[in-house]
Every structure is written in C-alpha cells, then in structure tokens.
Design a protein around this ligand. Structure first.
Ligand code: EPU
Length: 342
C-alpha cells in the first residue's frame, strides 16, 4: 500500500498545466486520483495527513493567486455506464471525464439532453459544484444523483438533487467547510427529447441556418458555434469562462436603474427578482477590452477575464477588483466572482 502511495504523490508540482487561466502556482504535494482506492491510499499517507487538501477537476473554475501549501487531489476517475428504464436514460459518469467529450459522446450514441451545455470547459465532477448552465439549461435539470467521498465520516455518500441544494451557479458543495470529493455523477435524460431553443442567441443561430425543427445535433452545433464566436478557447487564451455571476436584484432596484440606464439588460426570474447581465454592466463602464499588463477584459464578452500570456493570478485578481469597483461606482451593484479564488 505504501509503495503505491509513493507513486501517486509528487512533490512541488507546477499547477500551470492544470488551470485554464494558465497562471503559475506550485503545489507542495500533488496526487492523481484515478479511483476511490487511490484516494484512500493518498489520504492515509503520512505526508498528506493534516495537510490542507484541494480538489481539482479540469481547473476551469479556479484562479490561483499564490502557491498552495497542501496536497492537490487531481480527480481522474473515468468511466461511463448507461442504463435505460424505458422513460429515461440513466448515465453514471466518472468525475474525471471531460464534460464536453461526454456531451458529444452521448449525442453520438443517440442519447441527447446535454447539447445546450456543449463546450463548457471542465470535468464532469466539477459540473454539479457550480451547477453549470448555458442557453436555457442547467445541470440540475438533467441530474439524478451523485456519489461523493466524505472526508469527515470517511464514507461514500449518495446525494440526490435536493441534497445538493442546486441554485444559480451554486450548490451545497460551495458552502461546506469539510470538503467532499465527487466520485461520479448520474444523469437522468428523458427519452422523449424536446429541444430547448428559447434563448435568443440559439433562436437566431438556428434561424440563420434555416432550421425549423432542430434535431439534437442542430442544437449542439448552434451552441458550439455561438460559444466559439463569443468565448475565448482556453487552449489558446487563458480564461475561466464568466468571471462574475449575473447579479440578482429586486424590482424596485431594477426600476431605479432603468430610469437612469434605459438600455440595461435584465431578465425576470420570478418572485419579483431580476437577473442583470453583468457583461452589460461591465461593458457600460467602458471596460470591455481593457488591458492591464498581461491581464485583460475579453474584447468580445466583457464578463470574461483573460490571461494574454504570462499574467499572474494576482494580476488577474487586481483587474477583477478594478472591474468590481467601476461597476459599484456606476451602478451601486456588487459583482460576485464565479471562480474559486485561492
Ligand atoms: N452583454 C453586453 N456586453 C458584453 C457582454 C454581454 O452588452 O460584453 C449583454 C449581451 O448583449 C446580452 C447580455 O449581456 O444581452 C447577456 O450576455 P450573454 O448572452 O453572452 O450571456 P451572459 O449572461 O454574459 C451567461 C452565463 C454563461 C453562459 C451564457 C449563455 C453567467 C455568469 N454566465 O452569460 O456561462 O454561457 O449566459 O447561457 O451566468 C460561465 O458560467 O462561465 C458561462 C460562460
């Protein structure tokens, strides 16, 4: 057992290849977790005992601003298993599988339902943590359950959607002090497929392509081309998708804002609450395309911060603070970062 743990754990590892911002930071210890057994071996290793732990999936929702003096657990658990109860497909997927590859693979196998979430960077195990969403679909709507290793009780737990407490880019996993490691996720995908095409961008894209009755592949293609146009490819320009959440405000707040800013973009989310497009707010401050050293506000989508190459996490964080201050000064709205800042 000891010998195996020796091989699983590395010392002083650069995390640059393991975060889509492409910033440099070192981990004191780094372990690749390919199974529950790997995890148990690593956790029992004397070098790891008592150390802070950091669970890392695809590294697409994290900003490292300093070295990590603990053990990174890089989740690489693989595997896709499918069952069919006549009404829906149940698909259990290892947490380390790549999200987009899963979406495409299921589509190829005739199992649609995740196509609106195409091209979201990151791993399957990270998807429930921030309840990924795009173009009218959230992970929560396609979710059945997940299995997670509880570090405190040292047991494998099964959690239902209710227990995950999904919200807008939010879940129970974002609020716990004692972390759990998601081992696999089970999706429930209805066999009766209906396209979700109400989102303006998707509607327009399909119209331009002259598609009236979209098949799953059409929706997938539309989403992929919209994302390619608007969002930077992390393989070429370091980024973590939207850097801020879209803020939610009351009807009264919205009315007051609209009076002064008639072109404000907002969405009615029910219950007298409105979601504002943070990208619009940042854009309206004239910050789109702003460059500070090697960090920048992406020039095609102001909600995305990018590493032009060679930026540090601190550089990107400083730019984020500048954006937050500008939006606060102009609109009296506090933007909340979406990625984990470490
Ligand atoms: N807008 C501007 N200027 C900008 C950017 C946006 O005026 O620079 C306006 C757009 O014209 C549009 C509105 O703001 O009217 C919303 O923009 P968009 O449709 O691009 O979506 P978003 O609200 O900026 C959200 C998600 C994205 C997701 C898209 C599509 C959040 C924080 N972001 O972005 O998710 O792909 O909707 O559903 O909810 C992510 O979470 O990393 C992410 C990319």
């Amino acid at each position: 057992m000891k010998v195996l743990a020796e091989r699983l754990i590395e010392r002083d590892v650069s995390l640059r290849p393991f975060n889509t911002f492409g910033v440099d930071a070192n981990a004191a210890l780094y372990a690749r977790i390919r199974s529950l057994e790997d995890l148990q071996r690593v956790l029992a290793d004397r070098r790891v005992l008592g150390m802070p732990l950091l669970i890392l999936g695809g590294g697409s929702n994290v900003l490292f601003t300093q070295d990590f003096d603990g053990c990174v657990l890089k989740v690489e658990i693989s595997g896709v298993q499918r069952a069919d109860d006549g009404v829906r497909w149940r698909v259990q997927v290892g947490a380390g599988e790549n999200w987009h590859a899963l979406v495409e693979r299921l589509l190829d196998d005739g199992v649609p339902g995740l196509e609106n979430l195409a091209l979201i960077p990151g791993s399957v195990g990270a998807a429930p943590i921030q309840n990924i969403g795009a173009y009218g679909v959230e992970l929560a709507e396609r979710f059945h359950s997940l299995q997670a290793w509880n570090f405190a009780t040292q047991t494998l737990q099964t959690l239902t959607a209710d227990e995950c407490r999904f919200g807008y880019r939010d879940s129970a996993f974002k609020h716990e002090t004692e972390p759990r490691l998601i081992v696999n996720v089970t999706f429930a995908l209805p066999r009766q497929w209906a396209p979700v095409v109400g989102y303006t961008d998707v509607e327009n894209e399909l119209r331009e392509r002259n598609i009236q009755q979209p098949r799953p592949r059409d929706v997938f293609d539309a989403v992929v081309s919209i994302r390619r146009r608007k969002l930077p490819d992390p393989a070429r320009v370091g980024n973590a998708g939207s850097f801020f959440k879209n803020p939610v405000i009351s009807r009264a707040q919205r009315s007051a804002l609209i009076e002064r800013h008639p072109s404000l973009v907002s969405y009615d989310i029910g219950g007298g609450r409105y979601k504002l497009a943070a990208g619009w707010l940042i854009d309206a401050c004239g910050l789109k395309g702003t460059v500070r050293g090697r960090a920048a506000v992406y020039d095609k989508q102001a909600l995305v911060l990018v590493n032009l190459g060679g930026a540090s996490g601190a550089d990107i964080l400083a730019l984020a603070r500048e954006v937050q201050e500008a939006v606060l000064a102009r609109f009296n709205i506090e933007l909340e970062p979406e990625p984990r800042i470490l």
